[in-house]
Design a protein around this ligand. Sequence first.
Ligand code: GLN
Length: 287
Amino acid sequence: MTERGGRHRSSPNGHAPDGPTVPTAADAVSLSPGSAAADPAPQPRRKSADTTSKLRLVWVYPDLLSTYGDRGNLLVLGRRARLRGIDVEPIEVNSDQRVPSHGDIYLLGGGEDLPQILAARRLSTDGGLAAAASRGSVVFAVCAGYQVVGHQFGGVEGEPVSGLGLLDITSGRGERRGVGELVADADPALGVPRLTGFENHQGVTTIGPGARPLARLSQGVGNGDGTEGAYSGRVLGTYMHGPALARNPGLADLLLSWATGPLPPIDPAEEEWASRLRAERLASIAQ
Ligand code: GLN
C-alpha cells in the first residue's frame, strides 16, 4: 500500500509519526537470543490520509479461535476507525480458507486446546499470517491466539506444540487454570491506560529477549510471572478477553495507530458506553 503524509497531527498514544526506523515483526522473528527487544513505537505502515483503500481487518479462523466474545475486537476496531472517517473492510477467514497477506490488522482469538493446535498447524502450513507480519502488518492475538503466535505452547497433555514464532514468547501448561478478572498497568512506552480483561487459560508464558511484557499485573495470572501479554514491533498478544478492545479502547487505538498513523480523538459522546464498561469492570475488582 502506498504511504502518504498523514493529515492528523495528534496521537492518542503520543507516538511520533516519523521516528527512526524500528524493527518489525519480521525482525522479532530473526532477533537472536540476547538481542534487544523491538522498539515499542513502530512506524505506521498505512497513513490516515490514505483514502484510496480501506483498512483491512482480518479476523483469523473464527471457526477455531473465538471464545468469550473475542469477535468484539473486530467490531471495536471497525467502529473506532469509521468514527475517524477511515473506511474499513472486515475479512473473516475460516480455517479452510487461505489467509490473505495484504491485510492491515490481523486478529486472533482464544480457543480450546484442540482447535488451538489445529489452528497452529494450519496457519503454519498456510504461511499468510507470517508473510503479513513480515511485511509489517499489525497482529493482535488473544489467549490461544497469543500462544499460537509464539514459538511453542503446551498441547492437551502439556506436550510441546510448535507455534508460528512471530513473537518471542514460549508457553507451557501451568498447574492451575487462571480464571477471572485481570487488571494490569501497560508498559508506559505504549501510552495506554490501565488494562482490564477476563482471563481463562491454563497456559503460562515466558517472554524472550525479542519481546517486552505488555503490562504488569495488579490482579490476575496473565503470563504467570507478574506480567501480562507481550509485544514486539507490531505484534501484540494478551490473555485478556472481555473482549479486550471493548474494555480497553486505548489499546484499540494503539493498534489502529500502528496501522494508520496518528489518530484524531473521538467525540466523548461516542465513548460513553466504553467508559461505562471500563468503570464497571474496574470497580468490580475493587470490591
Ligand atoms: N487453550 C489455552 C489455554 O488453556 C487457551 C485458552 C483460551 O484461549 N481461553 O491456555
